[in-house]
Design a protein around this ligand. Structure first.
Ligand SMILES: *[C@@H]1O[C@H](CO)[C@@H](O)[C@H](O)[C@H]1NC(C)=O
Ligand SMILES: *[C@@H]1O[C@H](CO)[C@@H](O)[C@H](O)[C@H]1NC(C)=O
Ligand SMILES: *[C@@H]1O[C@H](CO)[C@@H](O)[C@H](O)[C@H]1NC(C)=O
Ligand SMILES: *[C@@H]1O[C@H](CO)[C@@H](O)[C@H](O)[C@H]1NC(C)=O
Length: 388
């Protein structure tokens, strides 16, 4: 059963998010306000998971929750995608609903190793040191979905400026199209089974969401994304109430176009949300893909305690599914936002080696230099089920 669902879900990513094998989310969800993190193992109908093979449909439920409440709709795969290499540029044409749009990404091949290469898709360019055996695919995500101005960008040329998708899910859709293009373009010299994604700050949030929703991404390296990448909205609200300025849900919907047009309806009642961002981390647990969250303890606005506790809760799903070491966390104090301290190099190297270079590297990293008390029970009132 587990194997069958694996095939179906893997297939539906390429044929367009077909979820006919899981029930759809009910129209009305009445979730009793809860200041602690919602139980990721509890279906929206109140039944708790008892077997591993129930996770894929719970995962689909979580994907739908995020789209409905927070990011907006991720359209199913388009009618057609064509692509070709021209110099270092991978040109991608997408047609859907009788409309066509094209965009391109630049591909910088590595100086060592041999084709087909592994690659990292970098939102707006990478601020991490990418090794010389891995290609860099630079993705101008703000051309796909503008950062300043709702409904602008290539995504909206295809789906209309009134589409409710926020910029981050629209850009994630673009990553899915880059994967389509890599699969059909051997000239790109990239192995589509070994492609990662990264970005920093707002693009750290974007990279996190792309990896969460695009199962073909083998590794995500979101850097200093803070809230909505590593951190949970519930803790951010409490940090703010305690007097430290942090990016909260209420604040993030002002001015920015990253989230759906529906998210503002919910931001004043965060405890009533049937999800929080630990469930975004959980989307990486199956099919298991690498996730290394890189954060900075020194910047209050990122919500360092929120990042730590939220990720700790997210990893409980990895634990239940027996893939704990696919998820790493590294939080280190430094003054330069999006700088990359040497202290975090061992974990970055290990994750890239294991998930992009098929090497036998150990990826058990759960590191912080934060000096706060670690009290999981403060946020988690559920246990990790045994899922045979
Ligand atoms: C989903 O799958 C069903 C059954 O195979 C099919 O009838 C339907 O057209 C598919 N929907 C999409 C959006 O691909
Ligand atoms: C609850 O929902 C899940 C997922 O759709 C389903 O597998 C399960 O049978 C449902 N349980 C009940 C009691 O309806
Ligand atoms: C994309 O579409 C344009 C315009 O229709 C066409 O000239 C070009 O050859 C197409 N490119 C690819 C890679 O399919
Ligand atoms: C907020 O302050 C209270 C009282 O000092 C403390 O117990 C709690 O841990 C703080 N919350 C956060 C998220 O820092």
């Amino acid at each position: 059963m587990f194997g069958l669902l694996f095939l179906l879900l893997t297939a539906h990513v390429t044929v367009g998010q077909n979820i006919t094998d899981c029930s759809t989310l009910p129209a009305d969800i009445n979730y009793a306000a809860n200041p602690k993190f919602p139980d990721p193992f509890l279906h929206i109908n109140g039944s708790r998971l008892t077997k591993r093979d129930q996770w894929p449909c719970r995962k689909e439920e979580i994907r739908q929750l995020f789209q409905r409440y927070s990011y907006g709709k991720l359209p199913p795969g388009p009618a057609s995608v064509t692509a070709s290499m021209s110099g270092t540029s991978l040109k991608i044409n997408v047609s859907d609903g009788g409309k066509t749009m094209s965009f391109s990404v630049s591909v910088k091949l590595p100086s060592a190793g041999s084709a087909p290469y592994s690659a990292i898709i970098a939102y707006g360019g990478s601020s991490l040191p990418i090794p010389n055996t891995v290609a860099t695919i630079t993705y101008q995500n703000f051309d796909m979905a503008a950062d300043n101005g709702r409904g602008k960008g290539k995504f909206y040329e295809l789906y209309g400026s009134n589409h409710n998708a926020g910029g981050m899910i629209a850009a994630a859709w673009g990553v899915d199209r880059i994967m389509d293009a890599l699969e059909i373009t051997p000239d790109a010299k990239i192995d589509p089974k070994r492609v990662g994604v990264t970005g920093c700050s707002r693009n750290g949030k974007g990279a996190m969401i792309a990896g969460a929703f695009v199962d073909r991404i083998a590794l995500a390296l979101p850097q200093e994304g803070g809230q909505s990448a590593a951190g949970c909205w519930r803790i951010a609200d409490e940090i703010q109430a305690n007097g430290t300025k942090v990016e909260t849900a209420r604040q993030i919907v002002n001015g920015d176009t990253w989230f759906s047009t529906d998210f503002p309806k919910y931001v004043n009642a965060v405890p009533s949300l049937p999800w929080d961002n630990h469930m975004l981390h959980a989307l990486y647990a199956y099919p298991p893909r690498g996730l290394l969250i890189i954060e900075n303890t020194a910047i209050d606005y990122l919500g360092p305690t929120s990042n730590y506790h939220c990720a700790t809760a997210g990893r409980k799903v990895h634990e239940a599914l027996g893939v704990k070491d696919y998820f790493g966390f590294s939080q280190y104090t430094h003054s330069d936002h999006c700088g990359f301290p040497k202290a975090q190099q061992p974990e970055l190297t290990a994750f890239i080696e294991r998930f992009l270079l098929s090497k036998d590297a150990k990826t058990e990293f759960w590191k912080t230099d934060g000096k706060w008390p670690i009290d999981e029970k403060r946020w988690i009132d559920w246990t990790v089920p045994v899922l045979p």
